[in-house]
Design a protein around this ligand. Sequence first.
Ligand SMILES: [Zn+2]
Length: 296
Amino acid sequence: MSTVRNCAFLTLILLFAVTSNLMAQADNKVRIIMIGAHPDDCDEDGGGTAALYAQMGYAVKFVSVTNGDAGHQTMKGAALAKRRYAEAQEAGKRLGVVYDVLDNHDGMLMPTLEVRLELIRKIREWNADVVIAPRPNDYHPDHRYTGVLVQDAAYMVSVPNIAPDVPALKKNPVFLYYQDHFQRPNPFRPDIAVDITSVFDKKISGLDAHESQMYEWLPWIGHFLDQVPKDKTERIKWLSKERAGTINSEVRTALEKWYGKDHAAQVKYAEAFEICEYGSQPNDEEIKRLFPMLGK
Ligand SMILES: [Zn+2]
């Protein structure tokens, strides 16, 4: 009897050890939150990196600060917001990320205290180690103000008296900017470059879920609606070409730093990020911990 009891006791201890070890491992996993102005922005600027994290079992959340209710030539308002919410959920499923859409009007975003607090809560609730957002220099006011709002949330996420209903983070996360091509007041600096070649098709599949944007609104506002193929397979091929992008020399140099020359020369598709001065400042070792896909 006592042997049985001892055995059960030992099994319990073992179970406890395994579970707590698993929990510790889960706790050690980096948590990423990507923030964009519209439901498709995170996908465009960080979808490949997100897919790589998701494949490696890391938790990624996308947040769209507006509901996208202005981005269409024939639809608008609640009906459009509903359609775009559904598209975002489908994109999230394809990329393996959680997709939140905040209920702020598209095209009318302002960097208010109310939205700042909304974002502080989102970053805290996700217990984020890495926060990625646009730079505050951009052609679109919603992108600019999303950049300002996230910069304003940096540091404040660790101040307990601000939005006290959600516990403050113990550590200010690393804040990063997505790559853009704007030159003033200063061009984007690729501190980190991620090889997304292996997940490029997945990134495109995520974008393909945003039908109202990829095949309707963006081609319409860009005056190339007549180029969009009707057939679903053809249009994904078209989208892949449309979204291939080019790797500039600065990003190629960053790829060489993180992957070595030989690997970097083979990279077909990449996403790059710049470190924001208002978050924790990671050294190279810490960057490798936060971006475990680097060098692989
Ligand atoms: Zn946008």
